[in-house]
Design a protein around this ligand. Structure first.
Ligand code: FES
Length: 106
């Protein structure tokens, strides 16, 4: 079963950046591309737990702030390295412009 969390107004996340949220006992990074699309992934890099929300975001490509490993924030797939993919979470906007994040019940 999955649970939907309301993270508040989407404008909290600046364009082209990420923000970390704690939901249901886990940390999730929500990203807003410069094109205005939202994606959500696990908050810690699978390499050495770098804070992914602080990484550089160019289009759908996220660069980890610690060692520069790249990931596709849309699919979570690792790009050019074998460190593993990111867990991704469905995120959408409510009619009132709030972020609705869906996670599996644990
Ligand atoms: S911790 Fe992310 S690339 Fe090393």
């Amino acid at each position: 079963m999955s649970v939907v969390y309301n993270l508040g107004l989407a404008t909290r996340v600046p364009l082209g950046e990420g923000m970390t949220f704690i939901v249901g006992g886990r940390t999730v990074a929500v990203f807003r591309t410069r094109g205005g699309t939202f994606f959500a992934t696990q908050a810690e890099c699978p390499h050495q737990r770098g804070p992914l929300a602080d990484g550089l975001l160019g289009g759908n490509v996220l660069v980890c702030p610690l060692h520069g490993y790249k990931f596709d924030v849309k699919t979570g797939l690792a790009m050019g390295h074998a460190c593993g993919s990111l867990k991704t979470y469905p995120v959408e906007l409510s009619d009132r412009g709030e972020l609705l994040l869906q996670v599996e019940d644990s």
